[in-house]
Design a protein around this ligand. Structure first.
Ligand SMILES: *Cc1c(COP(=O)(O)O)cnc(C)c1O
Length: 394
């Protein structure tokens, strides 16, 4: 026996206002400590059924093939890509941020002939340019990110869905950050393959990736000529595990499924409309506060994500020093910029449980202190006052 035992963990309590993970509700955390049952125990089969049912409600879909992939959001991305793509298939990937770039990498590894459609970070794609691209390239799949967490931009999908389908192409969407924070209407918008993650606006610890496939996408999967290039993420086998036959494929992370079960219950208890409105309201207050402090958004008005506020770091402020002070002095985590935005933006998350007035007000007050300590010239106190005025409806 070792004479010096490693001490038990004692994780600090943070306010998670970064790009994810977000704060988790105590009810969700408690589920991680519930008794683990066998993965083919009839009790767990009920859990799986209920998770699938609630995921359909949150995705606003009737899609049969809707489940939680074992793995984080990126596993959801890989699941959607590898199941739809066969080597040599053409796929357009829209890149206006880090996650579009990741999707292109995943598609290339899956053997796709990838056409990259690019826009500067922070901008979004128009339906017209997508229409022109699908006409020119005639791809099997077009992949696009709904909420680009790296830039804070919201990509409208409805019109794009129409032009993509008019060209006979499948639409694959990254809804990792959007699900639970803004509407994701899978059936109304006719999205064919959609993936998300648990630790953004669903406010569950990271570990599962909700996915859903339309009937059109399932047909493409069923007609594949080659095996899916990932054994673990092959939906033709995973679907039998989550479906009626319950054939063993891999062991589902039991307690993570308990946790998402409770997280989804919380989402539906609040109601999608109320939840989306709460994200919008707290974003409005944060924005009013930041504006009063002279801090500008990095994304154009009308396309700003409510759950991920990317703002330009004010002149004279040290990116890393401010973020460290926020964490060490106030226990508040925010994110720095990614890719070309590194050192230029802060990413302030208001995802799921985190989107509360108490966090908005505490953050604005704490940021005020950090900037004053760095002798950044700002109207001290103006941020909190403006956010309060917003909440009061003034
Ligand atoms: C977080 C995120 C991912 C990746 O999810 P992980 O859980 O980190 O694997 C993919 N796309 C977007 C838009 C994200 O925000």
């Amino acid at each position: 026996m070792s004479d010096k035992l490693v001490q038990p963990l004692n994780p600090p309590r943070r306010v998670l206002m970064g790009p994810g993970p977000s704060d988790t509700h105590a009810r969700v955390l408690a589920m991680l400590g519930a008794p683990t049952v066998g993965h083919l125990d009839p009790y767990f089969l009920t859990v799986m059924n209920e998770v699938q049912g609630m995921l359909r409600e949150v995705f606003e879909t009737k899609n049969e093939m809707t489940l939680a992939v074992s793995g984080t959001g990126s596993a959801g991305m890989e699941t959607c890509v590898v199941n739809l793509i066969e080597p040599g298939d053409k796929m357009i990937v829209c890149i206006n941020g880090v996650f579009g770039g990741r999707m292109a990498d995943v598609a290339e590894r899956a053997g796709a002939q990838v056409v990259k459609l690019e826009r500067p970070f922070g901008e979004v794609f128009s339906a017209d340019e997508i229409a022109a691209a699908v006409k020119q390239h005639n791809p099997k799949v077009l992949g696009i990110v709904h909420a680009e967490t790296s830039t804070g931009a919201l990509q409208p999908l409805e019109e794009i869905s129409k032009v993509v389908h008019a060209a006979g192409c499948l639409l694959l969407t990254d809804c990792v950050t959007s699900l639970g924070g803004v509407p994701v209407k899978v059936d109304d918008w006719q999205l064919d393959a959609v993936y998300s993650g648990t630790q953004k606006c669903l406010s569950c610890p990271p570990g599962l990736a909700p996915v859903t496939f339309s009937a059109r996408a399932v047909e493409v999967i069923e007609k594949r000529k080659t095996k899916v290039r990932s054994w673990y993420l092959d939906m033709s086998m995973v679907r039998n595990y989550w479906g009626q036959s319950r054939a063993y494929h891999h062991t589902a992370p039991i307690n993570m499924n308990y946790a998402i079960h409770e997280a989804l219950r919380l989402v539906l208890e609040e109601g999608l409309t109320a939840r989306h409105a709460r994200h919008k309201r707290n974003h409005g207050a944060l924005k009013a506060g930041l504006k009063a402090m002279g801090i500008e958004y990095a994304v154009a008005e009308g396309f700003q994500l409510p759950m991920l506020n990317a703002v330009l770091i004010p002149a004279g402020a040290d990116d890393v020093a401010v973020r460290s002070q926020l964490l060490n002095e106030f226990g508040i985590e925010i994110g720095g910029g990614l890719g070309p935005m590194k050192g230029k933006t802060w990413r302030i998350g208001l995802m799921g449980e985190t989107a509360q007035p108490r966090n908005v007000l505490a953050f604005l007050a704490a940021l005020d202190k950090c900037l004053l300590d760095q002798k950044v010239n700002l109207p001290s106190g103006a941020g909190v006052a403006a956010a309060n005025a917003f909440y009061r409806g003034a």
